[in-house]
Design a protein around this ligand. Structure first.
Ligand SMILES: [Mn+2]
Length: 399
């Protein structure tokens, strides 16, 4: 993602409205007449305060107070992001670090796995994330975005005795989290742990510095795919609004996360998309990527990432598959479905797995044979699903 920055820009970068008075005088000057400045800035500051007050009331007072007592009482704080990190766990950890450091806290952010290169463009402080503990001299551990110590991977495995005895504060938003430590705030209505942290910091009256806002907004935006997923609530948007008022810039996250792509990736997608096949009246679509395609496009095998999701957005599609030829001659399948079709159930037939809407499997055969095998399985799955709803697989889809 770093190698090609020459992609055509949107026409003009829009002038952003002013956010915090201190940080954005320059931008304000391009937007408002000088004479209007003080009143305008006052209005922006008032609005920020109003939004902050609404958010501050959105957390259980007892729990937040207990959590803040733990943080206030600690000096050396270990902040954990879960293994195979996403930007929510990392952004929450770094955001909390940037919020606590002005109070004189010494913070170490740790994650069992390195920060993926794709996230580095929009996560300030990523270079401070360590994958092994420098020591065990911490008086508090804060575990973020997972409510089970095993999710912290090798960090936990390598320091079991330390973690099992540590004073532990846990913040997460997953409904499946059992919660760990002396204080666990598992806030399921939050679309992201970063949303919960934003609310928490506001509740306890802590300022959110610009760098903390950048990290927290990255968590919210990526856990909601830019406020798209149905976990997004009015409160999620308010938290985003507050962080923007703190100086965070949505485009600085959304563009590198979702839009920037190397030229080789565009060429690879072009090859695959120009040969998309379909059956069952367009309810099943699939594309293939061979080693020849990868070589011709100058692409790496990870550059098919996102292509099956792109295909499932074709109207009327039930199943969208991407099949990629591996170097060992097997075929990797990435399957996406629309409701109510079950991607995991189909992939399970080939010893794969995943989620209802997104799953994968490996077929130990060449690309063409794998396509036929998979499509036969998809047709059977579609037929079974349609019979159960009294429709026909052969009729064209309504879209
Ligand atoms: Mn999350």
């Amino acid at each position: 993602m770093q190698e090609t920055r020459e992609t055509p820009e949107t026409p003009e970068t829009p002038v952003r409205p002013a956010t915090t008075p201190a940080a954005t005088t320059e931008i304000v000057n391009t937007h408002f007449e000088d004479a209007q400045l003080p009143a305008q800035l006052r209005r922006l500051a008032e609005r920020k305060t109003q939004v902050g007050n609404i958010l501050a009331g959105e957390i259980d007072h007892e729990l937040a107070t207990r959590a803040w007592e733990l943080l206030s009482g600690a000096t050396d704080i270990l902040i954990l992001a879960h293994e195979h990190p996403d930007p929510d766990t990392l952004g929450s950890a770094l955001g909390l670090m940037y919020a606590l450091e002005p109070l004189g806290k010494r913070c170490v952010v740790a994650c069992a796995d390195p920060v993926p290169a794709d996230f580095r463009a929009f996560l300030p402080g990523y270079e401070r994330v360590v994958s092994e503990l420098p020591n065990e001299d911490f008086d508090l551990v804060v575990a973020l975005d997972a409510g089970d110590l095993t999710r912290y991977g090798s960090l936990y495995d390598n320091h079991k005795a330390f973690f099992d005895a540590a004073l532990l504060l846990n913040m997460d938003h997953h409904v499946t989290s059992p919660g760990i430590g002396v204080c666990a705030i598992i806030d399921v209505p939050s679309a992201a742990t970063a949303e919960l942290l934003t609310i928490f910091l506001l509740h306890v009256g802590q300022p959110i510095p610009r760098l903390a806002a950048d990290c927290l907004l990255a968590g919210i935006i990526t856990d909601t795919r830019a406020f798209e997923f149905d976990a997004t609530t009015d409160r999620t948007l308010l938290a985003g609004a507050y962080l923007v008022a703190c100086g965070a810039i949505p485009e600085a996250i959304i563009k590198p996360m979702y839009r920037l792509k190397p030229l080789a990736k565009a060429r690879l997608w072009g090859r695959a998309l120009s040969a998309v096949r379909d059956t069952a009246g367009g309810r099943i679509v699939w594309a293939q990527i061979s080693q020849t395609d990868l070589a011709a496009a100058g692409a790496t095998s990870d550059m098919d990432d996102g292509l099956s999701t792109y295909l499932v957005d074709i109207p009327g599609v039930a199943y969208a598959a991407l099949l990629r030829e591996s170097l060992d001659g097997s075929t990797r399948v990435s399957l996406r479905t629309t409701a109510p079709y079950d991607a995991a159930a189909v992939c399970a037939q080939f010893d794969g797995g995943g989620h209802v809407r997104a799953a994968g499997c490996t077929l130990h055969m060449g690309l063409e044979e794998a396509s036929q095998t998979l499509v036969a399985a998809l047709e059977a799955a579609l037929e079974a699903a349609l019979i159960s709803t009294g429709r026909s697989a052969q009729s064209p889809h309504p879209a």
